[in-house]
Design a protein around this ligand. Structure first.
Ligand code: CAA
Length: 389
């Protein structure tokens, strides 16, 4: 029998600020229902000046280490497409912040929004080789598009940390996984840019095609039938994308779903993403956390997970919710992370968006702004200096 491997714990963090899409709609002269209903977003998380993917990754991972300790953790995989350094892995900054073990490999993974799933699957492989090991997988991103562009309302920020282990308490991963990759320019960010370049309509079509292809590969490999799943957790660049992709997938397989069927399959997964916005690598896992936190008892039921990273790579994988999973969830903390964000005004939002990092190597202290447990305190000698509270 195959060793059961999967998600043993899952924890989420987001930024200090949230921008209401009503504020953005007002400034852009757009009907707010285009955002609330058309793309399915009410707010987006926005990083304060002293936050970045390291600070939110640390905030997501610390509760996991506090609960489980470090025993067996020999690998830390941090997936991001908004890294802070071209060479040094962002996970290494977590050592002093949350006390990672020294006897560990710490690596950063990148493939757009897909990187977190790469981390999860690599972790499962390492544990299959040595079941005494546990792997800390962190997906952390701050999505940024140019101001006054169609992508602007699909920004957001979050980090999800997962402890992956044998005999997992929350979700056991199935052996079958469907894959698809192709060279496509739908969304990318050259090294010299802080905001992504995106061809919005191409990206929506590419996402749907990749989902369908990954599903076909999953089925060819002997995966479950679409009708078996209790829910579908999609990557959610905006929550309506999950609804669109699911309808597209069902119709491509000859189904004729009612809106209520789609809502039943997706609805609970959208609770957090609707107000957090796109968190790239973290988005799918935020959807999973939202589903586990909001759905009726899912014990023993199979879930589908659909990961998409522009460029592009997609993976359709599945897992079974484990008995007793509810006692391991962090529902109150997840809701508090969202509920405790400070409302952001438009002027400060714009300042934060337009701010550029110093590049002269001098000492640049960063004024305290976030109320979160970790912050960027200064940039000095081209080094990022973090502090915890
Ligand atoms: N009331 C209700 N609905 C309204 C409305 C109103 N007043 N006004 C417009 N709408 C609806 C539209 O009908 C449309 O719905 P459908 O898609 O169901 O037709 C929806 O609101 C959006 O309207 P538009 O298509 O006109 O929106 P847009 O062109 O301004 O921008 C977007 C949409 C292209 C997705 C843009 O937000 C974008 O470029 N986002 C970034 C790219 C992205 O997120 N791509 C997703 C796939 S790629 C991926 O997943 C990787 C990743 O993370 C980036």
């Amino acid at each position: 029998m195959t060793l059961p491997v999967g998600i043993h714990d899952i924890s989420f963090a987001t930024t200090h600020y949230a921008l209401d899409h009503a504020v953005l709609a007002d400034r852009l002269g757009v009907d707010v229902d285009k955002f609330y209903l058309g793309i399915g977003q009410t707010h987006m998380s926005v990083a304060a000046a002293d936050e970045d993917i390291v600070t939110i990754a640390a905030a997501a991972a610390k509760p996991i280490l506090d609960r489980h300790g470090l025993d067996g953790v020999r690998t830390v995989l941090l997936a991001t497409e908004t890294g802070v350094d071209q060479s040094k892995a962002a996970g290494l900054y977590l050592h002093p912040l949350i006390g990672l073990p020294n006897a560990a490999r710490v690596v950063e993974l990148k493939q757009a929004c897909y990187g977190g799933t790469a981390g999860l699957q690599f972790a499962a492989g390492l544990i299959a080789r040595d079941p005494s090991q546990r792997v800390l997988v962190i997906a952390a991103d701050i999505a940024k598009y140019e101001l006054d562009t169609p992508g602007e309302p699909t920004q957001g920020a979050a980090a999800v940390a997962m402890l992956v282990s044998a005999d997992p308490a929350i979700l056991r991963l199935d052996d079958h996984s469907g894959l698809y990759s192709a060279d496509i320019m739908d969304f990318w960010r050259p090294n010299y840019r802080t905001a992504a370049v995106v061809d919005g309509k191409t990206s929506v079509n590419a996402y749907q095609k990749a989902t369908q292809e990954a599903w076909s590969d999953y089925r060819r490999g002997g995966g479950r039938d679409l009708t078996e799943f209790a829910a579908f957790c999609y990557h959610q660049p905006f929550t309506k994308m999950a609804y669109k992709a699911h309808r597209h997938l069902l119709e491509s397989q000859g189904h004729n779903p009612e809106s209520a069927d789609i809502e039943a399959a997706i609805g609970h997964t959208a609770h957090y993403n609707r107000t957090v916005g796109n968190s790239y690598t973290a988005s799918l896992y935020l959807g999973l956390a939202a589903l586990l936190d909001h759905a009726d008892d899912l014990t023993g039921l199979p879930l589908a997970c659909i990961s998409y990273g522009s460029g592009s790579v997609a993976e359709f994988f599945s897992g079974t919710v484990q008995p007793g999973y509810r006692t391991h969830l962090r529902t109150a903390a997840n809701k508090a992370a969202i509920g405790s964000r400070a409302a952001l005004g438009y002027e400060r939002y714009r300042q934060l968006h337009e701010a550029v990092s110093p590049i002269d190597g001098k000492y640049h202290p960063v004024e305290a702004e976030t109320a979160r447990p970790f912050r960027l305190a200064a940039i000095s000698g081209h080094k990022r200096i973090y502090e915890s509270r």
